[in-house]
Design a protein around this ligand. Structure first.
Ligand code: FAD
Ligand code: SIN
Length: 537
């Protein structure tokens, strides 16, 4: 079946929805999303969205904090427009129904502002500790009222369709994205989705690592698809590890927000002694790369499996009101955070690299845009400032629409026939153990060899293993019917390879990339992005 729309939006997090709601004013929109519409990293965001909104704050402060955190690789012009356009995008979210927690009477600010690592001011708008859920709620409701939007749940994009491939030609400079092949997970059928403009809003890739704060959807599909299509990809070595993921045998990927440290939470060893003062003047509120590396170092030194995060010195009612979700969740695991510290470990959290886009969200392939965590915009550089990613998503989806408004009337390959998906005689697999085993192996390999602290030897080992596993997956993919699990496995293998490749290229330590063999920053040679594409590898 061929489904046609003006816009094909892959993903239904903040980037996908905020783009789609605006695109619906221009034409028809098909949102393809691989689970239920709300299931996304966005839905789990806790801390909030950073934007200057208090009289005491200044754009320049937010810009400086972002640049400092980015460790030399953030692009100043991008940082500047994201920060200065932030307040307008916040107003829009509010207009669409997002209810941020309001400030108490007497405050100079309209909203209650949280503080997080690396921020010199309180500037994080939040909805208690459930900011992402509130944003998803409002955006799904808003999208439901747009007649031009149709949402395809339980549909997973498998690959992008390029004009060259549709015409049986080699990829050239005149290539263009015409849409995507999409698997209907319920029926097993693969449909062609054709659109004038395709938007990758598929989010991050935390599931490439064994321990992550991300939900199951975060398998880097958009990056893998864009890479296979020949798009430029950058800075994949910069994986942000969040220092405080709940450590409990029964807890799966539950984040303890940095906002807890923003409200006075202190990191301690199991012995009860503090340690962050040895690493950074901002102590427990230092930028995330510093805190994650410090926790990793202390865990290796002490042999402990976790450190502690203690906010029990704050007033009980304050804690329960400010962090109702964290309080309830910890209580389910027998931890009363108003009385005792929380056991925490670092976990893969955010991907700073991704599909390279310009200031309007355009990738290097015509007709293909990317917004949100899937993209590499130049904002985060070598380390993202906390709560800047929700902001980046809304700023870039808005800019992408503005760009498309200018070119909407131009021909966009509508007349080029797209061949239906070719199943190549694939049969049903009776060996799904291959999928589960390879999935597990990749995630362990990435966790142990390409984690917070890397070395040349570990990276080389990881590279060899990922190559071996990738060959097995490719063979399996060629022979067996495509399933959701197989699509995701193939994609995490591609993303793992891209992370290892970029990490091996960067012969220095900077921001989130720490290599024991090159422990210093090397501005002379490495004040630049690591850019790769299928053609250059
Ligand atoms: P997502 O919200 O992840 O949405 C991706 C969408 O794409 C999903 O709908 C998914 O199902 C779909 N998808 C993926 N692949 C496919 C495919 N092949 N086919 C079809 N659909 C597909 N950032 C902040 O700024 N502030 C915070 O407080 C904050 N807290 C966080 C807390 C947690 C626990 C996590 C995990 C992240 C947090 N982040 C935070 C990061 C932030 O949430 C994400 O970067 C942001 O939400 C990404 O939005 P997105 O729209 O790009 O992607
Ligand atoms: C958090 O609440 O700690 C997450 C914030 C972020 O990732 O930006």
């Amino acid at each position: 079946m061929e489904i046609t729309a003006d816009f094909l939006v892959l993903g239904s997090g903040i980037a996908g929805f905020s783009f789609a709601i605006k695109a619906a004013k221009l034409g028809t929109v098909a949102i393809v999303t691989k689970k239920e519409r709300y299931e996304s990293n966005t839905n789990y965001a806790q801390g909030g969205i950073a934007a200057v909104s208090d009289q005491a704050d200044r754009f320049e402060y937010h810009i400086d904090d972002t640049l400092t955190c980015g460790s030399g690789l953030s692009k100043e012009d991008v940082v500047r427009f994201v920060v200065t356009e932030g307040p307008e995008r916040i107003d829009e979210l509010v207009k669409w129904g997002v209810e941020f927690t309001r400030a108490q009477a007497g405050s100079t600010a309209e909203y209650d502002l949280g503080r997080e690592g690396g921020h010199s001011m309180r500037r994080v708008l939040h909805a208690k500790d459930l900011t992402g859920r509130e944003i998803e709620r409002a955006l799904t409701e808003k999208a439901a009222h747009e007649r031009n939007i149709r949402i395809y749940e339980n549909h997973i994009a498998v690959d992008l369709v390029l004009k060259s491939a549709a015409q049986g030609q080699r990829k050239g400079n005149e290539d263009r994205c015409l849409g995507a092949y999409v698997l209907d997970i319920d029926t097993g059928e693969i449909h062609t989705f054709r659109a004038k403009y395709t938007v990758l809003a598929t989010g991050g890739a935390g599931k490439v690592y064994l321990i992550t704060t991300n939900p199951d959807i975060a398998t880097g599909d958009g990056i893998a698809m864009a890479y296979r299509a020949g798009a430029l990809i950058a800075n994949m070595e910069f994986i942000q590890f969040h220092p405080t993921c709940l450590y409990h045998p029964e807890a799966k990927a539950f984040l303890i927000s940095e906002a807890v440290r923003g409200e006075g939470g202190i990191l301690k060893l199991r012995s009860g002694s503090t340690f962050m003062e040895k690493y950074h003047p901002m102590k427990s509120l230092a930028p995330r790369d510093v805190v994650a590396q410090a926790v990793d170092t202390e865990l290796k030194k002490t042999g402990d499996e976790y450190v502690l995060l203690d906010i029990s010195h704050r007033d009980r009612d304050f804690i329960r009101n400010r962090f109702p979700n964290i309080y309830e969740k910890c209580l389910q695991f027998g931890i009363d955070i108003t009385r005792e510290p929380i056991s925490v470990v670092p976990a893969a959290h955010y991907l700073c690299g991704g599909v390279v886009v310009n200031a309007e969200g355009e990738t290097s392939i015509r007709g293909l845009f990317a917004c949100g965590e899937v993209s590499c915009t130049g904002l985060h550089g070598a380390n993202r400032l906390a709560s800047n990613s929700l902001l980046e998503a809304v700023v870039f989806s808005h800019r992408a629409i503005r760009r498309i408004e200018q070119i909407f009337s131009e021909p966009a390959g509508e007349d080029i026939p797209i061949p239906p998906w070719d199943p190549r005689g694939a049969t049903e697999s009776d060996e799904s153990v291959v999928v589960t085993n390879n999935w597990d192996e990749i995630r362990r390999c990435m966790w142990y060899y390409v984690g917070i602290v890397r070395s040349d030897k570990r990276l080389e080992r990881a590279d060899r293993r990922i190559d071996l596993i990738s060959r097995e997956i490719d063979e399996y993919y060629r022979n067996f019917i495509v399933t959701r699990d197989l699509v995701e496995l193939r994609n995490i293998a591609v993303v793992a390879k891209l992370i290892v490749t970029c990490a091996r290229m960067r012969k220095e330590s900077r921001g989130l990339h720490y290599n024991l063999d090159f422990p210093e920053k090397d501005d002379r040679n490495w004040l630049k992005d690591t850019i790769i594409s299928r053609e250059t590898r």
